[in-house]
Write a protein that binds this ligand. Structure first.
Ligand code: PLP
Length: 351
């Protein structure tokens, strides 16, 4: 395994992901002061406080602190399905593209990817893929999943009317409805629709504390009391039962209380960068996809690998999005001044 020199990484403007943030001084103080107990016994007061706070924020009966977004999504899918079942999602969904084949490996289920537009699948696109319950020789469709904001589509916000319509379709066929809301906070701040309203349309929700919100670890899954009881069991079975984890829950609680509204700044930074990218001769961007903190764009006459190297040589780290696309993500550890420098670098490389 390659181990990187972390001091050297500090010299870059790092727009590879909103997961590269470091806990702030205030967040670290909250972690230092956290009261802790054994969370496998459900006796960690800070974890319990986080779970109550998050359940309330999301308008669900209960919630559970888990170690990562992947763990959150996969526990939800595991609880909602039986081996041999099928989950419908958009083809570029994180659960299909980036979760290491876990639906098959951990739950014995398969994904039915449906082609969508900018991460959105509509009832008309979904309905033909719902398996007839009489077909004993087919898998059983159990869950419809959507992602909001959509990572591969460039941080796009899922239109609320479609969320509602797909929810009605799920009800009609007696299917569960799961939200990968890793960045639901960004969707909420940009659309001004509360996370509670977004979550209300779904049976289960997974959302991350360690992306735009700046916590070092963790995600929250939320749903009914019975669902969380089962999720607690699965988390333990998968080795995710931890002890004095309140130290990390304190960071998550701090993030939820202090770092949601400021995401508007990250969206502004993304718009500034998008304007620069749009003016570069060797770059192509769809400005309509720039809705939150993720930018996906294409380079013209310059390979993705070369583009990444040329930017890195000048002190800017970008990453790759879906095949053929470059990606930049703004976050709380990159200032407006650094965005200006990043813009200059982009202009130098791509004009
Ligand atoms: C939409 C989405 N879901 C889930 C995840 C998984 O989160 P984690 O990396 O914490 O496992 C990510 C990570 O980038 C994501 O973008």
């Amino acid at each position: 395994m390659e181990r990187k020199n972390f001091k050297a990484m500090n010299n870059f403007i790092d727009l590879r992901s909103d997961t590269v943030t470091k806990p702030s001084e205030e967040m670290r103080k909250a972690m230092f002061k956290a009261e802790v107990g054994d969370d496998v016994f459900q006796e960690d007061p800070t974890v319990n406080q986080l779970q109550e706070y998050a359940a309330d924020l999301l308008g669900k009966e209960d919630s559970l602190f888990v170690l990562s977004g992947v763990m959150g999504n996969q526990i939800c899918l595991n609880v909602l399905t039986n081996p041999g079942d099928e989950v419908i999602c958009e083809r570029d969904a994180h659960i299909f593209q980036y979760e290491s084949g876990s639906p098959a490996a951990l739950s014995g289920i398969q994904i039915m990817p449906v082609d969508g537009n900018s991460g959105v699948i509509t009832p008309i696109q979904i309905e033909p893929y719902i398996r007839p319950t009489s077909a004993y020789y087919m898998p059983r469709t159990k869950v419809i999943e959507i992602e909001n904001t959509h990572n591969r589509a460039g941080g796009t916000i899922h239109p609320i009317e479609n969320i509602i319509n797909v929810g009605e379709l799920a009800k009609k066929y007696n299917l569960f409805y799961h939200l990968d809301g890793a960045r639901i906070w960004n969707a909420s701040v940009a659309s001004k629709i509360s996370v509670k309203e977004y979550a209300s349309y779904f049976d289960t929700v997974s959302c991350c504390l360690s992306k735009g919100l700046g916590a070092p670890v963790g995600s929250i899954i939320a749903g009914s009391r019975d669902f969380i009881k089962e999720a607690f069991r699965v988390r333990k079975a998968w080795g995710g039962g931890t002890r004095q984890i309140g130290i990390l829950a304190a960071a998550g609680l701090y993030a939820l209380k202090n770092n949601i509204n400021r995401l508007a700044e990250d969206h502004e930074k993304a718009k500034l960068l998008a304007a620069t990218i749009n003016n570069c001769k060797k770059l192509k961007i769809n400005l309509q996809s720039v809705q939150t903190n993720i930018l996906i764009f294409q380079s013209v006459n310059i390979s993705i690998d070369d583009a990444l190297i040329l930017c890195k040589e000048k002190g800017l780290l970008l990453s790759t999005g879906k095949p053929g696309f470059l990606r930049a993500i703004t976050h709380l550890d990159v200032s407006f001044d650094e965005i200006k420098i990043a813009s200059k670098i982009i202009e130098e490389v791509f004009n």
